[in-house]
Design a binder for this molecule. Structure first.
Ligand SMILES: Nc1ncnc2c1ncn2[C@@H]1O[C@H](COP(=O)(O)OP(=O)(O)O)[C@@H](O)[C@H]1O
Ligand SMILES: [Mg+2]
Length: 385
């Protein structure tokens, strides 16, 4: 792990009048960029050829006498592959440009975690050491943290033979490298049947299946709680709820929209088992009496990260939850960084974030607001790792 002191020195040595907010051009990059622009920063997006147009063409900024009149992308780089940003020359360029980098899930998917921890010597706004906790199955992964924190998560089922109620089997898709090959089963027999069919179709591989996490399926709506931890706050709550989102998943949402007769028609076909590929998000709110419970989850998570992953979470994080019929939260995933659904609040904010900050407050904007506060209070060292 890069010594935090070194990163703090780099950040503190930056030209504070010319800070640029940098982000890998994918996932929630538009939210990060829009929020940075809103808080008065210039932006730089690190793109990959073949998937750069959203940033370099459609959301490219235009400034007239320095004043922004269109778009959110001031500057960009287009690499052949994302991981070319690890070249020493590129990292040096980022530091020369006073870049503060906001990590998102694409950053940790396309750049090796080892490289991020040891070689990406550019200040990250967030918690570098926590990024690895998102890799399911790792030694101190997010389930480990949830357990330490005493937080509720779906019960692990040790062996497929033990499946006796609806369970979800979590493994990678065989062909779509970064996607899921999840499926559900309510018994060992169903597990055998479904996994057999999926193996045959090439959707999953035996090795991933053998290492899959099997856990109880929580029946209830899904809420991604987009939280924020502000280490600079000294009087009021350091924890903020910026927004809540939920996902559109393909093909699952299509299955749900079919009448029963048509669903039954899928039995025995290659479309029988839905996939869980995220392809969009929507905004949501929580029943008001659940808000306090949601905050309690965040309080416990933050405390556990401060104990076990010093310095603990900084800035945005997302608790991905299901709520069961008795209104209990179950956390099935944790993003120790900006969530994937925060584009629902780009530019408009969210009822909770806006209510708190008396203006349109997205996760992207909140992150850059923290950067701005840190610069003004001479506390950049407190928000980078
Ligand atoms: N225990 C669970 N019970 C019910 N649904 C779940 C459970 N775990 C995951 N899911 C569903 O699967 C989707 C992806 O799960 P997640 O664990 O977040 O995978 P990933 O790590 O790929 O993001 C969620 O959006 C949710 O719909
Ligand atoms: Mg997830």
């Amino acid at each position: 792990m890069i010594d935090r002191k070194r990163i703090q020195e780099i950040a503190c040595g930056y030209d504070k009048k010319n800070i640029k907010v940098g982000v890998l051009a994918s996932h929630s990059a538009l939210d990060a960029a829009e929020g940075a622009i809103e808080e008065g920063f210039k932006t730089i997006l690190y793109c990959q050829k073949g998937r750069e147009k959203t940033y370099v063409q459609y959301f490219k900024s235009r400034r007239v006498d320095g004043r922004l009149v269109r778009g959110v992308v001031d500057d960009y780089k287009v690499y052949g592959k994302f991981n070319e940003l690890m070249n020493l020359k590129e990292l040096e360029g980022m530091r020369r440009n006073n870049v503060l980098f906001i990590p998102n899930r694409s950053f940790t998917s396309y750049i090796k975690i080892d490289d991020i921890e040891n070689d990406f010597d550019v200040p990250l706004v967030g918690s570098r050491n926590l990024l690895r906790s998102e890799e399911r199955g790792g030694l101190k992964d997010y389930y480990w943290i949830l357990e330490k924190a005493g937080l509720p998560f779906p019960k692990k089922i040790e062996s497929p033979k033990d499946i006796n109620k609806l369970a979800i089997i979590k493994l990678h898709h065989a062909k779509k490298k970064l996607e899921r090959g999840f499926f559900t089963a309510a018994s060992f027999r169903e597990y055998k049947e479904k996994s057999g069919a999926l193996l045959k179709q090439g959707v999953i591989e035996q090795e991933s299946l053998d290492n899959a996490r099997i856990e109880e399926y929580v029946i209830g709506p899904v809420f991604n709680l987009d939280f924020f931890y502000n280490p600079l706050e000294e009087e009021l709550s350091k924890i903020e709820l910026i927004g809540v989102d939920w996902r559109f998943e393909s093909s699952l949402d299509g299955h749900v929209r079919l009448p029963a007769q048509q669903q039954l028609g899928l039995l025995g076909t290659t479309q029988e088992v839905p996939e869980y590929t995220v392809c969009g998000h929507n905004s949501a709110t929580l029943r008001e009496s659940l808000l306090e419970n949601a905050f309690e989850l965040a309080e416990k998570y933050v405390k556990a990260t401060q104990e076990h992953y010093k310095p603990g979470i900084i800035g945005a994080f997302c608790l991905q939850t299901c709520v069961d019929k008795d209104l209990n939260f179950h956390i099935y995933d944790v993003a120790p960084r900006i969530g994937g659904g925060t584009n629902v609040h780009v530019a408009v904010g969210h009822p909770y974030g806006n209510a708190l900050w008396r203006t349109n407050m997205s996760t992207g904007r909140r992150t850059s607001r923290m950067i701005r506060d840190a610069i003004e209070q001479d506390k950049l060292a407190d928000i980078v790792t």
